[in-house]
Design a protein around this ligand. Structure first.
Ligand code: PAY
Ligand code: ZN
Length: 276
């Protein structure tokens, strides 16, 4: 059932996630709001949950919520996610489900579709590739919706964190170039602190580093785009694991993965608070 803790120890279909969003904002209407930011290629709604202040048992969380609102988008690739459920043989589908012109392949890599060195080295112009950048930046309605939401709130957004899997990394800009950003030193030490918070929480090892230097060149990502927009504290978490199960992480690891990720989020938020 939705309220029970086992709900957070399992994977859920898009339909269930939509119901869950509806239910949590209903039950916690004093601190949660659901914001509609646009619709997907297949016309599914895109929502961001906004969490505001009050009544937390955890002291750090209370302090953080006194100073910050948290905006959380549970799923950006709603069409792709639904597709992994309705077509189990495509359980690992990565891209969107859009088709542009008379392309013979479906889908754009949303993490190559943001307007940050769009389609440079590390992305592909070919529709059939997993890292297809799309016909132009923000060609994907989901990317456009997120970019517009972030642009419209850029003066109030103090940090941006995007969650991916897998590899256990805390990445920061840049991913589109091997060059260091102008905030490299600060972001590196904060990423190290975040990784240490994770270690204290679950004893797992996450490696901090700039994207391109740590994994590979990846242009058109949301983290670099948010950073270049002026949101200094921009991070990509690559969650569990390091390859044993890879993208098919067992459900029993969901909860500890959330706990460690949350500890890293708090570490980053505290740093932001101290540097306002
Ligand atoms: O900002 O450097 C970044 C993240 C790059 C990610 C990307 O390629 O878009 C990294 C991959 C991801 O999470 O999508 C990593 C996974 C393991 C993959 O698909 O290779
Ligand atoms: Zn990813």
């Amino acid at each position: 059932a939705r309220g029970s803790s086992s709900y957070y120890e399992n994977y859920h279909s898009m339909k269930e996630i939509y119901h869950w969003m509806e239910a949590v904002v209903k039950v916690h209407s004093d601190l949660l709001q659901k914001i509609y930011i646009g619709s997907s290629y297949e016309k599914r709604p895109l929502y961001v949950l906004k969490a505001i202040h009050v009544r937390e048992r955890d002291r750090t969380m209370t302090t953080l919520l006194e100073h910050f609102d948290f905006y959380v988008m549970p799923v950006i690739n709603v069409d792709g996610y639904e597709y992994t459920w309705s077509h189990p043989s495509n359980r690992l589908w990565r891209k969107s489900r859009s088709s542009h012109g008379n392309s013979k392949c479906i889908g754009t890599d949303m993490n190559r579709n943001f307007d940050a060195h769009w389609c440079g080295p590390g992305a592909s112009h070919f529709e059939c590739q997993e890292i297809y950048c799309g016909p132009y930046p923000e060609s994907e309605p989901e990317v456009k919706a997120v970019a517009r939401f972030v642009r419209d709130h850029k003066d109030i957004i103090k940090a941006y964190i995007t969650m991916h899997s897998y590899s256990q990394l805390v990445l920061f800009p840049y991913s589109y170039t091997m060059n260091k950003s102008k905030d490299h030193e600060e972001l590196e030490s904060l990423a190290q602190k975040a990784a240490k918070a994770i270690k204290r929480t679950t004893w797992k090892t996450y490696r901090p580093g700039a994207g391109a230097q740590t994994i590979y060149l990846a242009p058109g990502g949301s983290d670099d785009w948010a950073y270049d927009l002026g949101i200094k504290y921009s991070f990509t978490f690559e969650l569990r694991d390091t390859g044993t199960y890879g993208f098919l992480l067992p459900p029993r690891e969901i909860k500890p993965t959330c706990l460690e990720a949350l500890s890293a989020v708090k570490e980053i938020a505290q740093h932001v608070l101290q540097n306002l």
